[in-house]
Design a binder for this molecule. Structure first.
Ligand SMILES: CCCCCCCCCCCCCCCCCCCC(=O)SCCNC(=O)CCNC(=O)[C@H](O)C(C)(C)COP(=O)(O)OP(=O)(O)OC[C@H]1O[C@@H](n2cnc3c(N)ncnc32)[C@H](O)[C@@H]1OP(=O)(O)O
Ligand SMILES: Nc1ncnc2c1ncn2[C@@H]1O[C@H](COP(=O)(O)OP(=O)(O)OP(=O)(O)O)[C@@H](O)[C@H]1O
Ligand SMILES: O=C(O)CCC(=O)C(=O)O
Ligand SMILES: [Fe+2]
Ligand SMILES: [Mg+2]
Length: 334
């Protein structure tokens, strides 16, 4: 079926005032006059939330940007919770606190200026609340369906670059890190905690790249060093046309786990903050990555679990099952 027929149907449906049920809401006469079988979308579900334009845009580009989705008051609370963690030296179960590789190996820096990223904050109520915000889940459901797991959480505090360009995040596909499928039922919500722009290292995306397959990832050969587990796609072509996603505080981008993305250097004095959660349908299933391109990251994660917890019996899949938290519906499979 041609794209233009799909587009026409969606636009007509919109003009008819019916936002949901694209396809099903058409009478057979209309359907027949347009094309021979009902439209099937691959990347989005039939809900009343996305406008037809937004739905088409996600299908085509692999992301949608929703302005002003999280309130300044909530962002302030997440910022406070982050500061608390950086100040207190308390151990939170599962929480990974990362410092930028260029400062980890040299000077001693105290407090939040030392922390580049918090990972796996599912046991920090003041931060995990982000993953349960109804206005976020409402969008997430358009991709995952009603049974929703929060699988991976991060607060990224991108530091001013020290001159070694280590504040960059190489171009990658998040699916490289995940031991569950199908990819189309996974989505990331990434919220800017302040204005993000090219200068402080906003997200950079390759629109449409979610239609490709999972590529091989490894550490890029960057002179100044590279942060632990920051794998990039191999043979990245820097001349590929890309889009810089400039966002205001509270704006949220939802993107597909195969979308190729990264972020540039932070060339400002401030720490660029964003909070994110990767969601998956609870109906997804775990996969064994042995013998696949994901074996390298799986081994690194297993090494980290051993160093941090002294446990060597956990599989890569099990580390995900332990981290995942149900946020809506039923925990059916994951
Ligand atoms: C109950 C069990 C549950 C299961 C828990 C499982 C935990 C797994 C967490 C990781 C999963 C990541 C996959 C998810 C990604 C999803 C998709 C998103 C894409 C990304 O974001 S990619 C980047 C993700 N990776 C990380 O964030 C890295 C995780 N962090 C770490 O591995 C550690 O924080 C780190 C960096 C090793 C530091 O460990 P720590 O022990 O706290 O630090 P030390 O100061 O003791 O230093 C030890 C050693 O490491 C060097 N170091 C420090 N910081 C860095 C750095 N940023 N980069 C590289 N190397 C670093 C430091 O210099 C020391 O080196 P020595 O040579 O002196 O030993
Ligand atoms: N060899 C590479 N492998 C993987 N990713 C790369 C590579 N080189 C650059 N990138 C990533 O590509 C994206 C764009 O790179 P670039 O440094 O040009 O970004 P920028 O600093 O935002 O842009 P600019 O400096 O042009 O304003 C960043 O996410 C960067 O980390
Ligand atoms: O916030 C950023 O710089 C990008 C983070 C990212 O893509 C990731 O951690 O997967
Ligand atoms: Fe990512
Ligand atoms: Mg650059």
């Amino acid at each position: 079926m041609s794209r233009s027929a799909d587009r026409l149907k969606v636009v007509l449906n919109h003009l008819n005032g019916s936002h949901g049920n694209v396809g099903a809401s058409f009478t057979s006469a209309q359907s027949v006059s347009l094309h021979h079988h009902p439209q099937t979308f691959r990347y989005t579900l039939d809900t009343d939330i996305l406008t037809p334009e937004q739905r088409l845009s996600y299908e085509e580009n692999g992301f949608i940007l929703i302005r002003n989705l999280v309130s300044p008051e909530d962002i302030e609370k997440f910022r406070k919770a982050f500061e608390e963690i950086c100040k207190r030296e308390v151990k939170v179960p599962g929480l990974v606190v990362m410092r930028d590789v260029s400062i980890a190996k040299s000077e001693f820096v105290e407090g939040e200026k030392a922390v580049t990223k918090l990972q796996d904050f599912q046991e920090v109520p003041g931060l995990f609340r982000f993953c349960t915000l109804p206005q976020i889940l409402k969008y997430v459901e358009c991709f995952t369906g009603p049974n929703i797991m929060a699988m991976h959480t991060m607060l990224i505090n991108k530091p001013p670059d020290t001159g070694k360009k280590t504040s960059r995040h190489p171009m990658h596909q998040d699916l490289h890190y995940f031991a569950f499928r199908p990819a189309d039922q996974i989505v990331c919500a990434w919220t800017a905690m302040e204005k993000v722009h090219r200068q402080n290292g906003c997200l950079v995306v390759l629109p449409g790249s979610h239609k490709g397959t999972l590529q091989e990832h490894d550490y890029p050969e960057w002179e100044g060093g590279i942060n632990k587990m920051y794998h990039g796609i191999r043979n990245y072509d820097p001349n590929h046309s890309r889009v810089h996603l400039e966002m205001e505080k509270g704006d949220t981008v939802f993107f597909h786990p195969l979308l190729i993305h990264g972020s540039g250097m932070n060339q400002t004095e401030g720490f660029r903050k964003a909070i994110s959660c990767h969601y998956a349908s609870a109906d997804c299933y775990y996969i064994d990555v042995k013998g696949t391109t994901q074996e390298n990251i799986s081994n690194e994660v297993k090494d980290l679990v051993f160093r941090k917890y002294g446990v060597d019996s956990l599989s890569f899949q099990e580390t995900w099952a332990l981290r995942g938290r149900l946020v809506h519906g039923e925990r059916t499979s994951l």
